[in-house]
Design a binder for this molecule. Structure first.
Ligand code: GLV
Length: 328
């Protein structure tokens, strides 16, 4: 009788135990055991012979990666909702299923988006810098005035789960919601959120805060560039918790420096982890290091879901969240 061969499962970064436990039950697990990001060479060496690979956002899955793994690979389970690190079409050509972790990070990411709306409009980053730098300050009637958001319009670009979760939060702050999406959401959802569908131009021209909540793809690359900033009100703010390259960062710096827009709150950057030096000099930019899903609970849920996805594919169960293959 031949021994049952347990699948080889590789994890390209450290993930919470909640995910690792499931993987250990399902196969022989090899995991990158450091918080540092492995080099491309280290990844390619580690993944050789894997039947399943759990990848982090910092792992690039392309033809070179797939060649390094070998033809036995069945699944790439990304521990993220975004999957711009994965060439999904290249995986599909080789019959490799790709999965992501939608749903479990919706609320945490919407929290960060709302926090950035408040931080940028109320100048909280700037205020913190004043205190920490020891700069003299005094309460004053006209000191560090921001823009109140009650009665303002938030324009949400991309009304998926995270866009809707942000809309619910903003509504509670007395904000009216406009949104732009490939297709309008259902009338029930519009009514529940008090959300009005708009063309991108109308949304840019009328919103007091524009929040990016769409996926990154070739179609959304530099969706916000010089022309779009010109359309925004000079009193308006941009918030990005989606993906950095949706924004032309150099054009954003110009728009902030020239006062074409009033400020920005950014969790993601075009050339992450690098940040455009112009942004670092802008008092009106709030900059945080990709913290959208960074809570203990959310990261555990992401790890668990990604592990489930991988195990489901290995055991022949339809995964709950296959990433659709883009039309060629
Ligand atoms: C985080 O940015 C994610 O896509 O999960």
């Amino acid at each position: 009788m031949s021994a049952v061969v347990r699948p080889r499962i590789v994890v390209t970064g450290r993930i919470p135990d909640a995910g690792m436990e499931l993987l250990h039950e399902a196969g022989e697990v090899v995991a990158w055991d450091s918080l540092d990001v492995p080099s491309v060479d280290a990844v390619h060496t580690m993944v050789k012979g894997a039947h399943a690979v759990l990848t982090l956002l910092t792992t690039k899955v392309d033809d070179a990666f797939l060649d390094a793994v070998g033809p036995q690979l069945q699944v790439v389970a990304n521990v993220a909702v975004g999957f711009n690190n994965i060439d999904v079409a290249a995986c599909a050509r080789r019959g490799v299923v790709c999965t992501n972790t939608p749903g479990v990070l919706t609320e945490a990411t919407a929290d960060i988006a709302m926090a950035l709306v408040l931080m940028s409009t109320r100048r909280l980053g700037e205020g913190e810098r004043v205190i920490r730098s020891g700069t003299p300050w005094q309460w004053g009637m006209f000191y560090m005035l921001g823009s109140g958001i009650q009665g303002s319009q938030l324009g949400i670009v991309g009304m998926g789960d995270i866009g809707r979760a942000l809309a619910r939060r903003a509504k509670a702050f007395g904000v009216t919601i406009a949104y732009s999406n490939r297709t309008p959401v259902s009338p029930q959802v519009e009514a529940e959120l008090g959300a009005q569908f708009m063309s991108m131009d109308e949304l840019l021209e009328t919103s007091d805060v524009v929040s990016l909540n769409c996926p990154y793809s070739p179609a959304t690359h530099h969706l916000m560039a010089a022309d779009e900033f010109r359309k925004m009100k000079s009193s308006a703010f941009l918030v990005n918790t989606a993906r950095g390259p949706i924004v032309d960062e150099a054009a954003l710096v110009d728009a902030l420096q020239s006062g074409q827009i009033a400020g920005a709150g950014l969790d993601v950057f075009e050339h992450e982890p690098a940040v455009h030096p112009g942004l670092l000099e802008c008092e009106t930019a709030v900059l945080v290091p990709h913290l959208g899903s960074a809570t203990v609970e959310t990261r555990s849920a992401m790890a668990r879901l990604a592990a489930h996805n991988a195990v489901n594919v290995l055991t022949g169960v339809q995964p709950p969240t296959p990433i659709p293959v883009p039309a060629s």
